[in-house]
Design a protein around this ligand. Structure first.
Ligand code: GUN
Ligand code: ZN
Length: 492
């Protein structure tokens, strides 16, 4: 395996498990690089590794402008400086640029510096354009970012070694600029593509815009590329981000939240002061009561350890869901953690181009289909099943469709799928689908829409619907007028 190579081993939705080779070892994605502040030894990287970190990220710009750090890093390398022998990614100071307006370093200087200190993954000095700036500003920034990416690539090629180079994607909230940014970056050629300028959106829980931008980027980027999402650190959103095709995260959230007495869970953030019982069994939560933790002198560090534990446990949960092809079920649980996240996911699945994008990627065979709510109606398994139903060639002049699985018929009906042939009773998806008998009106309509289209497509066939009075009423209500080729056989 060559450095920079990315090998995908498992897939679900647009998420994947992959192996990324770096000079200091192979990383299994999806994963998160915790941010290390080179100035303060808050949690030693040895501890980060023990808690699940495969790599870390630190800021080359902070090291560069701090004399004693710079000297040590130049002399002994970044791994020795921070005491971590695994893969180290360095950021360029772009984030400082976005917060303070400027930095005292050029793009070429910071790339060369990251090379000198022997970082495994190098980042150019891109411009993290904030959301909702004017189009002119976003275009202007992107022009600068693009020329810096070209320059970074040239320097990286001249170095001629095998470190990984990151290609940041910018363009603010303009989807076409994001597309242009991807095209430019991909034509230059990078080892990792990083979606940038997202921190303000995530801080404001604007997940609708977050999902839109991720989809826009993924739509035009080759699926073989590893994708990094800059600054995403809340475990609540990992399942959604992975499902949309993000592979690597980096964040200081574990530490920043700990500083403010915030306790992370995959269902959202809790205030330590309001916790009566810990919903976690990590080394911290099983050794301290909430009251003991509140009054501990080591509170901040212990909270950070819990936050990291929760972060890596959630990433393992996601990887397991990818392996067992149950990522939809996990995502549909996690989006219920916060209405903004629910909105973000709905914004994704309601989009036609997303539906066709996930249809290209989502595995067509899985073992189970657990219905969790109306979002389940938008899974490719449902859409593909309905498409196939309408492509069926019906040879017989009469067919029967039963609304009860216990009555013999040629076809059966099961929302949200619609109709299915009896030969599929034991097959994925429809035969394996677990659907509660009490469901939302929208889910029934999704199934009835398929029935209606089937009837319209097969006008030459006499169709008998075998159902009880409740279904007969629902069907009659759904069809303004019962088509002439349809009759009912009412059963109890
Ligand atoms: N950290 C958070 N956002 C960004 C970004 O857009 N670019 C870089 N280089 N680092 C970031
Ligand atoms: Zn815990």
């Amino acid at each position: 395996m060559e450095n920079g190579s990315f090998e995908i081993t498992d897939k679900d939705i647009m998420g994947r498990i992959g192996k990324l080779k770096t000079p200091h070892g192979v990383i299994e994605t999806p994963t998160l690089f915790p941010v290390i502040n080179p100035n303060i030894d808050f949690i030693h990287p040895r501890e980060l590794r023990r808690l699940g970190a495969q790599g870390v990220i630190t800021n080359a710009y902070i090291i560069y402008r701090t004399n004693n750090l710079r000297e040590k890093a130049v002399k002994r390398g970044i791994h020795d400086l921070i005491g971590f022998q695994g893969p180290v990614m360095t950021d360029s100071g772009s984030y400082q640029l976005s917060v303070y307006g400027d930095v005292e370093i050029t793009n070429s200087e910071i790339i060369e510096f990251q090379n000198i200190i022997q970082a495994d993954i190098l980042t150019p000095l891109d411009i993290p354009t904030p959301p909702y700036v004017t189009r002119a500003e976003a275009e202007e920034d992107l022009k600068t970012t693009s020329s810096r990416l070209k320059e970074a690539k040239k320097i990286h090629s001249e170095i001629g070694d095998d470190r990984l180079l990151v290609g940041p994607i910018q363009g603010s909230t303009y989807c076409d600029l994001r597309t242009n940014s991807v095209k430019t970056a991909e034509s230059i050629g990078f080892d990792i593509y990083a979606i940038g300028g997202m921190v303000p959106l995530m801080d404001n829980y604007e997940y609708s815009t977050v999902t839109e931008i991720i989809i826009e980027v993924k739509k035009c980027l080759s699926p073989s590329r590893p994708v990094h999402l800059f600054g995403a650190g809340h475990p609540m959103m990992f399942a959604v981000a992975v499902a949309l095709g993000c592979d690597i995260f980096d964040s200081a959230a574990y530490a920043l939240y700990a500083k403010n007495d915030r306790y992370l869970t995959p269902q959202g953030t809790l205030k330590l002061n309001e916790i009566h019982y810990f919903p976690c069994n990590c080394e911290v939560c099983s050794s301290y009561t909430p009251q003991e933790l509140r009054t501990s002198e080591d509170k901040e560090r212990l909270l950070a350890i819990h936050n990291l534990h929760t972060t890596f446990t959630e990433l393992d949960t996601i990887k397991q869901a990818i392996k067992s092809n149950t990522l939809f079920e996990l995502v549909e649980m996690r989006i219920r953690s916060h209405p903004s996240l629910l909105e973000g996911w709905r914004n994704a699945i309601f989009k036609k181009d997303f539906a066709s994008t996930i249809e290209r990627f989502d595995p067509s065979y899985k073992r189970t289909f657990f219905y969790t709510g109306i979002e389940s109606c938008y899974r490719p398994a449902v859409i593909r099943h309905q498409k196939k139903t309408l492509e069926l060639k019906i040879e017989n002049r009469e067919v029967s469709i039963s609304f009860s699985p216990h009555i013999d018929a040629e076809f059966y009906f099961k929302p949200p799928f619609g109709i299915y042939h009896r030969a599929l009773k034991e097959s994925y998806p429809v035969g394996h689908a677990e659907i509660p008998s009490i469901i939302e009106a929208e889910t029934i309509e999704t199934g009835l829409k398929n029935l209606k289209e089937f009837i319209e497509k097969n006008k030459h066939v006499r169709i008998t619907l075998i159902c009880d009075t409740r279904w007969k009423n629902l069907i009659s209500e759904f069809f303004d007028q019962i088509p002439t080729n349809v009759s009912f056989r009412e059963v109890k």
